[in-house]
Design a protein around this ligand. Structure first.
Ligand code: ADP
Ligand code: F6P
Length: 331
């Protein structure tokens, strides 16, 4: 099918590198003589017909900028078929021949919903700091989020050492432990709590206290950094902080990293990933592919059916998991 006009939108949690992906889509589309428009505020823009023209002038000097020039949002209405159908009418009225959605697994459900009512290409590009999408080794924004978390962990270690304190550092990831595990590894944190391995609060507390005791006996470092995935501790992370303080007798402090992990200039890995996936998404649209994700597998772009990408839960790297456990006992 010949494509004259493509549309793009960013949806769900924003991620550093989304702008780099928009840039790649625009430059690559223009190289094929295709016009591009960008819908604003996620799926809301599709429903409200809120869009802007995108061209090489608009995406000039954009590769290094965090956030998304199209703005991102969540759009509850899009979960209802009648709104999806009205979005299709808007796309048709604008003579759009294909749509590229940059977002996470929630946004990809929107891709599937749209594809049900529209016979043109709808392509997903994985953009989320959580890295929780099956079928792609990495998602856009993940490397930058880790870099931000690692820089914060390094800084917190300095003050933790000075005061011989325990720090609990709460990092993002929604229901996935990728940011927690890999920032903990890269910063040499002493313990990490992950949704994938969490058992019960009582058991996890015993594990932490055992580790603290072993490290104390070994005369290991005087500070202790515990990384935890957000929303994991039953009743809230403050309960963990209070329990640790009570049981260990050591001063415990909490650092919640929060949305800083979503901001900042993307690191080079995210810029290149976004450029590859944005370029590949245009190729997939040109091939007329339907409801597929432009993923990355072993450094090369791969087309992944969104049915496959959305059913399973992406597993953590087993080697990283066991390494984290072994190495922290020795540190
Ligand atoms: P992310 O894409 O980062 O995982 P969300 O899970 O919040 O973010 O989803 C982003 C948006 O995707 C939602 O606000 C909604 O507009 C759309 N979406 C999510 N689930 C569905 C669904 N089942 N059907 C249609 N659209 C959906
Ligand atoms: O999906 C990205 C993410 O940053 C998650 O890590 C986090 O749980 C969520 O979005 C936060 O969403 P909000 O911006 O609505 O607080």
């Amino acid at each position: 099918m010949s494509i004259k006009k493509l549309a793009v939108l960013t949806s769900g949690g924003d991620a550093p590198g989304m702008n780099a992906a928009i840039r790649a889509i625009v430059l690559s589309a223009e190289s094929h003589g295709i016009k591009v428009i960008g819908f604003k505020h996620g799926y809301n823009g599709l429903l409200k017909n809120e869009w802007i023209k995108l061209n090489r002038a608009v995406v000039y000097n954009l590769i290094q900028r965090g956030g998304t020039i199209l703005h991102s949002a969540r759009c509850e209405k899009f979960k209802h078929d009648e709104h999806v159908q009205s979005a299709v009418k808007n796309l048709e009225a604008l003579d759009v021949d294909g749509l590229i959605v940059i977002g996470g697994d929630g946004s990809f459900k929107g891709v599937q919903a749209l594809q049900k009512y529209w016979d043109k290409s709808v392509i997903g590009v994985p953009g989320t700091i959580d890295n929780d999408i099956v079928g792609t080794d990495y998602t856009i924004g993940y490397h930058t989020a880790i870099q931000t978390a690692v820089e914060s962990l390094d800084k917190v270690r300095d003050t933790a050492e000075a005061f011989e304190r325990i720090f609990v550092v709460d990092v993002m990831g929604r229901h996935a432990g990728f940011i927690a595990l890999n920032s903990a590894l890269a910063a040499g944190a002493d313990h990490v709590l992950l949704p994938e391995t969490f058992t019960t609060a009582a058991e996890e507390l015993v594990k932490i206290l055992d580790k603290l005791e072993k490290r104390r006996k070994n005369n290991a470092s005087s500070s202790h950094i515990i990384v935890i995935t957000e929303n994991l501790w039953p009743g809230g992370v403050n309960i963990l902080v209070d329990s640790l303080q009570g049981e260990s007798g050591v001063d415990v402090r909490l650092l919640t990293l929060g949305h800083v992990q979503r901001g900042g200039s993307p690191v080079w890995q995210d810029r290149i990933l976004a450029t590859k996936l944005g370029t590949y998404a245009v190729e997939l649209a040109l091939e007329g592919k339907k409801a597929v994700m432009a993923g990355i597998q072993h450094r090369y772009p791969a087309a992944v059916s969104l049915d496959d990408a959305s059913i399973q839960r992406k597993a953590l790297n087993h080697y990283s998991l066991s390494m984290q456990d072994k190495i922290t006992l020795l540190a």
